[in-house]
Design a protein around this ligand. Structure first.
Ligand SMILES: [Cu+2]
Length: 121
């Protein structure tokens, strides 16, 4: 069983997702399997801008990286997530578990805004 799980976990996340979930149900170890199955999306903060909009599936972890020489924050409008000040190449990550539209800003530069749309596919 352990061997079979390890093989599936090594597959690319999207291709392996369905198979891993089925296997997890069989193994009865959902916590481990959800961790192995969570997709991640990398996002750059650069030239004083976030990506205007990102659409991801529930359970996706977004990892922001500050590519500017100036500090930025990633702070949700509803305060459900907030980074510290991010220096150059610092990262902040947040996992979006429920569907919705999550707007965020940089508290140091309020003109910087972005929205994460979380949608089932
Ligand atoms: Cu900023």
């Amino acid at each position: 069983m352990t061997y079979a799980f390890a093989r599936n976990a090594a597959l690319p996340l999207r291709a392996g997702a369905g198979l891993v979930l089925v296997l997890c149900a069989a193994l009865g170890a959902p916590a481990i399997c959800l961790a192995a199955d969570s997709p991640a999306t990398a996002v750059d903060i650069k030239k004083f801008a976030f990506p205007k909009e990102i659409t991801v599936a529930p359970g996706t972890k977004i990892i922001w990286t500050n590519r500017d020489e100036t500090p930025h924050t990633v702070t949700s409008t509803d305060k459900s997530f907030a980074s510290k000040g991010l220096d150059t190449d610092d990262k902040f990550e947040h996992t979006f578990t429920s569907e919705g539209d999550f707007s965020y800003t940089c508290t140091l530069h309020p003109f910087m805004t972005g929205v994460v749309h979380v949608r089932k596919r």
